[in-house]
Design a protein around this ligand. Structure first.
Ligand SMILES: *[C@@H]1O[C@H](CO)[C@@H](O)[C@H](O)[C@H]1NC(C)=O
Ligand SMILES: *[C@@H]1O[C@H](CO)[C@@H](O)[C@H](O)[C@H]1NC(C)=O
Ligand SMILES: *[C@@H]1O[C@H](CO)[C@@H](O)[C@H](O)[C@H]1NC(C)=O
Ligand SMILES: *[C@@H]1O[C@H](CO)[C@@H](O)[C@H](O)[C@H]1NC(C)=O
Ligand SMILES: *[C@@H]1O[C@H](CO)[C@@H](O)[C@H](O)[C@H]1NC(C)=O
Ligand SMILES: *[C@@H]1O[C@H](CO)[C@@H](O)[C@H](O)[C@H]1NC(C)=O
Ligand SMILES: *[C@@H]1O[C@H](CO)[C@@H](O)[C@H](O)[C@H]1NC(C)=O
Ligand SMILES: *[C@@H]1O[C@H](CO)[C@@H](O)[C@H](O)[C@H]1NC(C)=O
Ligand SMILES: *[C@@H]1O[C@H](CO)[C@@H](O)[C@H](O)[C@H]1NC(C)=O
Ligand SMILES: *[C@@H]1O[C@H](CO)[C@@H](O)[C@H](O)[C@H]1NC(C)=O
Ligand SMILES: *[C@@H]1O[C@H](CO)[C@@H](O)[C@H](O)[C@H]1NC(C)=O
Length: 803
């Protein structure tokens, strides 16, 4: 018999091609998600009557992004378009005025025009107050009396102290670049002689020949000649400086230390009165017992009190932020620590990341990662307080603005909505553990109702992990979930590792997109995660493949024992960065045999290559030593040592501009899979960094990932998943005819907040997405910072790309 036997593989492939595409199961497809209106934060005027609300939206038909800067009437909800140009950015209300505002307009020659307009006459020609000879960002404005405002912003300075304008820079004849100190490159950029700096000037009413209009004085480089750089690259932004009538404070790394092996950054004070005087010498603020990274300086409305946060040690980026206060910066530069204790640990086991003041300068509002949300808390602005902060916003808050009545306009997000505006009455909220005093203004996506998404899909579990500590995990079901059916498992591990999967929006790792493919997504916050107390975060040191792996093995067992609607015969595993490290580690260990397919995005394959990365403080902390003195610590948890057991089909995505985890990591892993004959696929973006930000690239990323996990091009999965595909078609999902569901909008309370991979953030713009020190390895804290600080400002050119 000479029959032509079709291999099982080719049969499987033909089944797949008939049944595809499976990935458009719900209506909340990747394309739908990437096409949504990316509305940013609400920025209210002092009176709380109007707010700026800016955003953008990508269209896959026109392949273009549309921009808008609206003024929202907070009483009626009506919107007025102020600009539809990506060249307009940084709108800031003029203090004391209900309708006048100042903003930046980018010119084609790289310069920036400073305009003043009036929201009550949006069609009138704005006043041009002045021109700045380069690209700038992060505008802050305070009143210093006599119709004069002090202004601060940041930009890039050439070595001679002038604002650098890349549009006018000459192209050198050679491309060589030479370094005698690190960093050579950072995040997605080779280091150049240009450095970030802060400029100040004044904006006054009247011009030289008229009493109307506005004039901007010549901006002065606040840091020229100091050797200091602020904001701190790559993610420092408006969270690195603040402005009051007493002057400017800013964060800069200690220039005497190795920039790549230490995190120490100090807060400096520049006393200024007229904001036309030459820059004085910066004065360091003194924080007894604390010498780590400083961030989030916030001047009180009284102009002289200052709050900020700082970590303790000089080489641990995920240490706890301690809350600090300088009561009058014009009288003394020593800061007092809240909750200081004899052990030097700090009695409050939470890490605030942003600070806002009440109008009477008596209360602080803090953004704090807490149990997989970024919540808001209030506390008396008194370091002697013995009461812990009170919860005032229980979901995730991206940004807050306090208006003159004392209410806070909070912008939040959640798994279901990218931009939720709410009023928070901090007194009522604090008295009720945030069960009252919170009222919704608007949820940009109606909590996903348009796509049939609802809160009922989302739940969380706690189970016992390694050593008996409790591990939190999100369980997210498809909108078309039925109790009596089973769904394949998507097993997700976040990056960082010091970060979390929080109830916040993400354009890059959107849990709802995966759930709507028909998966039950279980997203773990294992050992190393932030927001559950510093001990859980710290426990991952020298333990990368240890406790977190055991937590995940126990998590898998928990699912098998407790979630009957999960079909663990059809499990897939996925993660990025440290989550990708864990994918590689899992592949070489027993848990790897549980999965039909794995997906690793920009993961760490060979821990012995960690020194090819850039922020050396990170691995020197996490591996508890150096490669030369503590080699065994690097070798102990190395996925590259366990490839003999790799059999699970794997998709790898790795990008050329990822200098955090260089391309060799992904290539080496793919080469192993190919050489061993394990089904595998490699996707690369030459123009993306650790993240995929451009919408068209992100769409391909999503399609490739979902096709792989769904089995459409992964023979190993297809073979066993043909039955699932049939069932899914029988339900109608495979045909994409799943109808829009009845909206179930939560009214009343709300929200979500920020923080990620070291800091938080999500998307807004390429710039936004490429932010933060925390955003480091995908950590929610990092992501939130970006969202919080960049969203409101970057309506501009930077907004081009995506999540
Ligand atoms: C995208 O652009 C096309 C063509 O102009 C238009 O028909 C469609 O409505 C747009 N989509 C969205 C979501 O605005
Ligand atoms: C912006 O608005 C102007 C009119 O105000 C209109 O002519 C122009 O087409 C709009 N541009 C975009 C990109 O929508
Ligand atoms: C405001 O004007 C008064 C009177 O001219 C002057 O004494 C004061 O110094 C001015 N204040 C500032 C901040 O320029
Ligand atoms: C400062 O340096 C920039 C860039 O190197 C150069 O274009 C500019 O002419 C210099 N300005 C002065 C005043 O030297
Ligand atoms: C910066 O400082 C140097 C002296 O340290 C001075 O020569 C230069 O003019 C300053 N540049 C600016 C833009 O202030
Ligand atoms: C007033 O100054 C502006 C520029 O500041 C100039 O454009 C205008 O021509 C001047 N008007 C008179 C009457 O001099
Ligand atoms: C306060 O609310 C949070 C979030 O809803 C909850 O986790 C916590 O248990 C509540 N605390 C009290 C004392 O009710
Ligand atoms: C689940 O229950 C629904 C009715 O609620 C029924 O239509 C469906 O066939 C059931 N599915 C299974 C797998 O039993
Ligand atoms: C998983 O596979 C095993 C062995 O084939 C089978 O006994 C079991 O019923 C399957 N479980 C589910 C939930 O389909
Ligand atoms: C880190 O190294 C120090 C010094 O060798 C040691 O005392 C400490 O126990 C180590 N910590 C961990 C978590 O391995
Ligand atoms: C490979 O798998 C076998 C069988 O499960 C196991 O005994 C062995 O420890 C694994 N090897 C590695 C390097 O993990």
């Amino acid at each position: 018999m000479v029959a032509i036997m079709k291999s099982p593989l080719s049969i499987a492939l033909s089944v797949a091609s008939i049944l595809s595409p499976v990935w458009s199961a719900g209506t909340f497809t990747p394309e739908a998600m990437l096409s949504i209106d990316r509305r940013g934060s609400a920025l209210p005027n002092d009176a709380g009557t109007l707010a700026f609300s800016a955003g953008n939206q990508y269209n896959f038909t026109t392949h273009k992004r549309k921009y808008y800067l609206n003024v929202l009437d907070l009483a009626t909800g009506s919107k007025t378009l102020i600009s539809n140009s990506s060249a307009d950015s940084n709108p800031v209300w003029l203090p004391g005025s209900e309708t006048k505002f100042v903003w930046f307009h980018s010119e084609d020659d790289g310069s920036t025009t400073v305009n003043v307009g009036d929201a009550s006459t949006p069609d009138a020609e704005p006043f041009t107050a002045g021109s700045i000879p380069g690209a700038v960002d992060g505008l802050k404005v305070v009143s210093i009396g006599n119709g004069t405002y002090a202004v601060a912003f940041f930009g890039t300075a050439a070595p001679n102290g002038t604002l650098y304008n890349s549009e006018l820079a000459e192209t050198p004849y050679t491309t060589g670049r030479m370094y005698t100190q690190i960093f050579v490159r950072h995040w997605d950029t080779y280091v150049t002689p240009q450095k970030n700096s802060i400029w100040y000037s004044t904006l006054s009413v009247g011009t030289s020949n008229s009493t109307s209009g506005y004039t901007l004085s010549e901006p002065i480089n606040a840091l020229n000649g100091t050797g200091l750089e602020s904001p701190v690259p790559p993610f420092g932004s408006t969270d690195n400086y603040d402005l009051s009538s007493s002057g400017i404070v800013f964060v800069a790394k200690d220039p005497k230390l190795n920039q790549a092996t230490t995190t120490k950054s100090d807060l400096y004070y520049l006393p200024l009165k007229t904001f036309k005087e030459a820059a004085p010498s910066p004065q360091a603020i003194f924080t007894p017992g604390l010498e780590g990274a400083s961030v989030a300086p916030a001047f009180a409305p009284n102009g002289h009190s200052l709050a900020f946060v700082r970590m303790k040690g000089i080489n641990y980026e995920s240490d706890k932020n301690r809350l600090l206060l300088v009561s009058d910066i014009t009288k003394g530069l020593e800061a007092s620590e809240f909750y200081a204790d004899a052990a030097g640990v700090g009695a409050w086991d939470r890490s605030p990341s942003a600070i806002y003041w009440s109008p009477d300068s008596a209360t602080l509002y803090l953004a704090v990662e807490d149990r997989a949300r970024v919540r808001m808390f209030s506390v008396a602005a008194d370091p002697a307080t013995t009461s812990f902060p009170c919860l005032i916003y229980a979901d995730s808050a991206t940004e807050g603005h306090v208006v003159s009545s004392g209410k806070i306009l909070v912008t939040g997000s959640s798994f279901l909505d990218n931009s939720i505006y709410s009023w928070v009455d901090p007194v009522a909220a604090a008295a009720s553990n945030a069960t009252s005093g919170v009222s919704l203004i608007s949820a940009n996506l109606g909590y996903g109702a348009k796509w049939g998404l609802s809160k009922s899909q989302i739940s969380e579990v706690y189970y016992e992990g390694d050593g008996g500590h409790m591990v939190q995990a999100w369980v997210i079901k498809p909108s078309f979930f039925k109790e009596n059916e089973t769904y394949p498992l998507a097993f997700y591990v976040h990056g960082g590792p010091q970060g979390s999967t929080a109830d916040t929006w993400s354009n890059r790792w959107n849990m709802m997109v995966f759930a709507e493919q028909g998966y039950v997504v279980v997203a773990f916050n294992p050992t190393g995660s932030t927001g559950f107390g510093q001990a859980l975060t710290d426990r991952i040191q020298n333990n990368w493949g240890g406790s977190p792996y055991i937590d995940l093995v126990k998590g898998y067992e928990f699912i098998e024992a407790n979630l009957p609607y999960v079909d663990t015969n059809r499990s897939v595993e996925l993660g990025a960065s440290y989550g990708g490290y864990m994918g590689f580690w899992i592949a070489g260990h027993d848990l790897g045999k549980k999965f039909k397919a794995q997906f690793v995005h920009d993961g760490s394959f060979n821990t012995l290559s960690q020194y090819a990365s850039e922020e050396l403080w990170f691995m020197q902390h996490d591996f508890n030593g150096t490669l030369w003195d503590d080699y065994d610590n690097y070798a102990r948890w190395n996925p590259a040592a366990h490839t003999k057991n790799w059999t699970t089909p794997m998709l790898i995505v790795h990008n050329d501009l990822d200098y955090r985890l260089p391309i060799a990591e992904g290539l080496a892993a793919f080469n192993v899979l190919q050489a061993k004959g394990v089904p595998s696929k490699f996707l690369n973006f030459p123009d993306e960094n650790h993240w995929v930000l451009k919408p068209e690239n992100s769409l391909i990323w999503h399609k490739t990932v979902l096709d792989w996990l769904n089995g459409n091009d992964n023979p190993a999965v297809i073979h066993e998943d043909a039955e699932r595909v049939e069932r899914s078609r029988a339900r109608g999902f495979g045909d994409g005819c799943h109808g829009v569901r009845t909206p179930r909008v939560r009214i009343g309370a709300v929200g979500e907040e920020p923080a990620e991979d070291g800091r938080v953030a999500e998307d807004l713009t390429m710039l936004a997405e490429s932010s933060a020190s925390g955003s480091r390895r995908g950590n929610p804290r990092a992501e939130s910072w970006v969202r919080r600080y960049l969203w409101p400002f970057l309506i501009a050119a930077a907004m081009a790309p995506q999540p």
